[in-house]
Design a protein around this ligand. Structure first.
Ligand SMILES: [Zn+2]
Length: 255
């Protein structure tokens, strides 16, 4: 198979131009991806455009709601000749699913320990998940370990959950393995910043059908992360699935 015929989709890209603490506009990403085989990207807002991650007591304001709305809207307006784009909606704890449009290809759900919490007990939370389920949108879920378990076991019935970084920031690959999540049909993973040994381990134990290549730009470098996958020297069929085939299958299933 010729490499040029393969689809390579980066399933984990943060882009925005409100938060300027890092070079992370779409143009920045495109410059990084140029010269690689990457021909598509799932794009989400930078965390700092969605909430103040450095303030655990953070309370929402109209200004932040507007910032979120603008940040999410920026992604819908992107156009590129080089890359196919798959905008994801970064949801926060006001569960603003009324902003979802048919152009949205997934949901980003993100929180680390010490950051303001998602209000799982709010009735708007299950209502939002119902809408996500109805639209058949995959959810990239980065959360603390206990919340990851709660989400997958109690909330995500019928929803595809993508755990990024092979679980690195969701309690770790092994903890998630021991909890039995990786073998669930609706639990997927991405390779962003994951250790090569864990990618190999994952593929050996759970197969190659639910693993997505991702870079976590701007925290990861698209070219380095891609090289990381090539360096595993996977079977061509497996490599093609991880680099883009699985992503396209997931998006096809949405329709
Ligand atoms: Zn991310």
């Amino acid at each position: 198979m010729q490499k040029s015929l393969l689809t390579v989709i980066d399933a984990h890209v943060h882009c925005g131009e409100i938060d300027r603490s890092l070079p992370q506009s779409f143009e920045d990403y495109q410059n990084h991806a140029a010269g690689t085989e990457i021909d598509g990207a799932a794009v989400f807002s930078p965390v700092l455009e969605i909430y103040d991650r450095y303030d655990a007591e953070f309370t929402d304001t109209p200004a932040w709601r507007l910032r979120r709305k603008e940040s999410n809207a920026y992604l819908l307006g992107l156009e590129s000749d080089e890359l196919s784009l798959f905008p994801y909606f970064f949801i926060w704890n006001d569960f603003a699913v009324d902003q979802l449009t048919p152009a949205h290809c997934g949901i980003k759900w993100h929180r680390h320990a010490g950051e303001p919490v998602y209000r799982y007990d709010d009735p708007d939370c299950p209502a939002a998940l119902e809408e996500i389920r109805r639209r058949n949108l995959p959810v990239v879920l980065e959360e603390e370990f206990d919340n990851t378990l709660h989400f997958v076991r109690d909330l995500a019935d019928g929803i595809t959950v993508i755990i990024p970084h092979l679980g690195l920031l969701n309690g770790g690959f092994q903890a998630i393995a021991e909890a039995g999540l990786w073998e669930l049909e609706n639990v997927w993973a991405d390779t962003a910043l994951a250790a090569p040994d864990e990618i190999r381990d994952y593929l050996r134990r759970y197969g190659h059908r639910r693993l997505l290549f991702g870079s976590d730009f701007p925290f990861g470098s698209p070219s380095n992360e891609l090289r990381n996958v090539y360096s595993l020297e996977l079977d061509p069929e497996v490599e093609a699935a991880v680099l883009g085939g699985n992503f396209m299958r997931l998006q096809e299933a949405r329709k």
